[in-house]
Design a binder for this molecule. Structure first.
Ligand code: ZN
Length: 345
């Protein structure tokens, strides 16, 4: 079980990166993996903090979340020989830093600039390669440093998307229980409860998320971190990823213009809650209050792609048993679930 050793959530966190690296016992050279959009607002302050603490650093700019990009960073790691990799940025930057550092057996610190999904704290990476996205286990961050002020400056849409990803645990855990009962799959109460607790926390605070206040950002960030820890405890993405995620992955493959991961997961959760016979109206109301999409129009995706994703989701990851079963939904069943839940008109 790999767990983060330090989790720092608060104001002015970037300035404390150098001292945190010291405290964790790192020395010498560090490698900052970041993206072009956040480089000046986030990576530069991180580098100033590293310099002030006597660290040397190299920097790599991430262009995309492909396997070739990860290999490029691995070559950088071989050259610079850093004692730690610092992932400064959004999901793509963190995924690349996570995978490349894991492949080179170097620890990494996650420094997210947005709270858009649970990859900021999980050991799982979602990569694009061979034309389809897939997730795999890499390594958990040794530390997570979330600067609330920095995240407050990111677009609200990203935070709302993060909430969608967390709300998704409502059905992910139900799918896990189902797989345990039907397939005798390993099920861990503790990891499942931790993921569910995060979902409940965000659902309970749905009204304040919109304020983008320090308290609301803290709530979402802590929920995302707890989800990451749940995956670390379970040793897989099981507690955090069920049919709602398969639907989102299928939609990303089929829709010409996919929405954000957490936005798609949120809409998937409404429909999967219906399939489970759970309170799908509650999920829809929570997402509405947060200001996250609840239907195909708000996702900006035509209904035909929603239906296609629903009928093909079970093929995305056949080893992951969910409410969709082995054969998936028929076209008629997919249409019914999407219409009853008002995801399509
Ligand atoms: Zn997710």
């Amino acid at each position: 079980m790999q767990l983060p050793r330090e989790v720092i959530v608060g104001g002015d966190v970037l300035r404390r990166v150098g001292e945190t690296c010291h405290r964790l016992g790192f020395l010498g050279t560090t490698l900052v993996v970041t993206g072009p959009k956040v480089q000046s607002i986030a990576a530069v302050p991180v580098q100033e903090s590293l310099r002030a603490s006597g660290f040397k650093f190299q920097q790599v700019l991430v262009k995309d979340s492909s396997l070739s990009q990860s290999r490029e960073v691995e070559r950088e790691i071989s050259k610079a020989k850093p004692t730690v990799v610092l992932a400064v940025g959004g999901g793509k930057d963190i995924d690349i830093a996570k995978l490349s550092s894991a492949n080179k057996s170097v620890p990494f610190i996650s420094i997210p600039t947005a709270a858009s999904h649970d990859g900021i704290a999980s050991p799982v990476v979602s990569m694009k390669g061979h034309g389809k996205p897939y997730s795999s286990m890499a390594q958990a961050p040794i530390a997570i440093m979330a600067d609330v002020g920095l995240i407050a400056r990111s677009p609200y849409r990203l935070l709302a998307s993060g909430c969608g990803d967390v709300v998704g645990k409502y059905t992910a855990v139900r799918d896990w229980r189902l797989a345990h009962r039907i397939r005798n799959e390993y099920y861990g109460d503790y990891a499942a409860d931790l993921a569910l607790m995060s979902a409940r926390l965000v659902m309970r605070n749905a009204n304040i998320v919109r304020t983008m206040s320090e308290a609301s950002i803290r709530t979402v960030v802590e929920a995302l971190i707890s989800c990451g820890v749940a995956m670390s405890i379970a040793g897989s993405s099981r507690p955090c990823s069920g049919a709602e995620h398969l639907f989102s992955h299928a939609l990303t493959r089929t829709a010409p213009h996919p929405a954000l991961h957490g936005e798609q997961v949120g809409v998937g959760t409404i429909m999967c809650a219906y399939l489970h016979g759970a309170n799908w109206q509650l999920i829809r109301d929570v997402l509405r209050r947060i200001g996250a999409p609840t239907n195909s129009r708000e996702l900006g995706i035509e209904s035909q792609y929603i239906i296609r994703a629903l009928t093909t989701a079970h093929k995305v990851r056949p080893d992951r048993y969910t409410i969709l079963g082995e054969k998936g939904l028929t076209n008629e069943a997919a249409e019914r679930v999407a219409r009853v839940t008002s995801v399509i008109e």
